[in-house]
Write a protein that binds this ligand. Sequence first.
Ligand SMILES: [Zn+2]
Length: 165
Amino acid sequence: MGDTLLQKRFVNNHLDKKLITNQGELPQYYVRNSHPAIITRELFANVQEMLKKNRSTSIPKSTEKHVLYDKVVCGLCHKHYIRKKLRGKYFWQCHTYFYEGKDKCPNKKVPEEVLMKIYKKEHKALQEIIVLGDGRLQVRLDHKAYNKKWSYRPEKKKNGTKTSN
Ligand SMILES: [Zn+2]
């Protein structure tokens, strides 16, 4: 910032001529603007202020965890399900299936819509949703658990008619 602290070190005695860090033995002189500053003091202060604000208000979206993160578990290999986008829709898929292949774990991917319906209904007590290998989901709540069959058919748009849920 263009300032220099003088007498940071000094020669202790003139016989051994060792440089010793000045820890208050000699006065130090702080010289402002002793060499050209690369950025101005004002700019430096502004940037610091901006960094402070950014830290507290805007967390990048990519690091935000989905509400279902850590909640969906594979009933076959017991790994967590991960969120994937496929043709504009989100699905949850077994970690093993995705990274190691169908041979290691053949469990099905589940559309996020199906999982979110359960989440919206049960989120207060929801602990985990286990994806059983047979087209059922096991919904585990704080004090009970139940199995739920799921099927999914992507909505097809028909001309002029509304699709129902
Ligand atoms: Zn699995």
